[in-house]
Design a binder for this molecule. Structure first.
Ligand code: RP5
Length: 193
């Protein structure tokens, strides 16, 4: 076999591999209908310790959600497929957590008309200020509702998602009121050492 033939075979193998990866990421985009109302996406598995707080809150209030790693820069095709299909699939709100140059919430918002709530993940280099500024400074036209850095932001994103859903769901509105009442009574019942 000549050097040229080896090169041609290699190039063709690389092309096939790239196509397989592209098709794979599209399929993983979950294009079918869902009973989840909230989609929690995050740029990396490392974001889960933060984003878990959003999931826990939704569990507590009985809101169906799905969770998924979708990276704007590592899996851009998956992000586009996911965000484009989100509304038709039945999702009503997207919560997107990302850290560093955190473009996931903004890019997701660019591809869906659903409200996107951004959670700036606490980064090690700049303590989440990079994530916060990347998410909050969306130029006009495509908004991202930006929450606080870290765990508080994740919890508040879930609470805001519940408040949005509760506009058309009286039972959920009552659950949210009960949660707020419980929080109030906990603070009123607190005492100092
Ligand atoms: C972002 O980069 C993720 O949202 C994460 O917060 C950050 C670091 O990711 P890993 O290097 O931990 O995967 O895409």
């Amino acid at each position: 076999m000549t050097v040229f033939a080896v090169r041609r075979d290699l190039e063709s193998a690389i092309r096939n591999m790239s196509e397989t990866i592209r098709a794979g990421t599209k399929k993983r985009g979950t294009t079918g209908p869902t009973t989840a109302k909230v989609g929690i996406i995050m740029g990396s598995r490392s974001d889960w310790t933060t984003m878990k707080h959003a999931a826990d809150l939704l569990d507590e209030l009985g809101v169906p959600y799905e969770k998924k790693i979708v990276s704007a820069h590592r899996t851009p095709d998956l992000l586009f497929t996911y965000a484009e299909a989100a509304a038709d699939r039945g999702l009503q709100v997207i919560i997107a957590g990302a850290g560093g140059a955190a473009h996931l919430p903004g890019m997701a918002a660019a591809k869906t008309r659903l409200p996107v709530l951004g959670v700036p993940v606490l980064s090690s280099a700049l303590h989440g200020v990079d994530s916060l500024l990347s998410i909050v400074q969306m130029p006009k036209g495509v908004p991202v509702g930006t929450l606080a850095i870290g765990d508080a932001g994740a919890v508040n994103a879930a609470l805001l998602a519940v408040a949005i859903l509760a506009l058309n769901d009286a039972a959920l509105a009552r659950k949210l009121d009960a949660y707020r009442d419980w929080q109030t009574s906990r603070v009123l019942g607190d005492s100092l050492p």
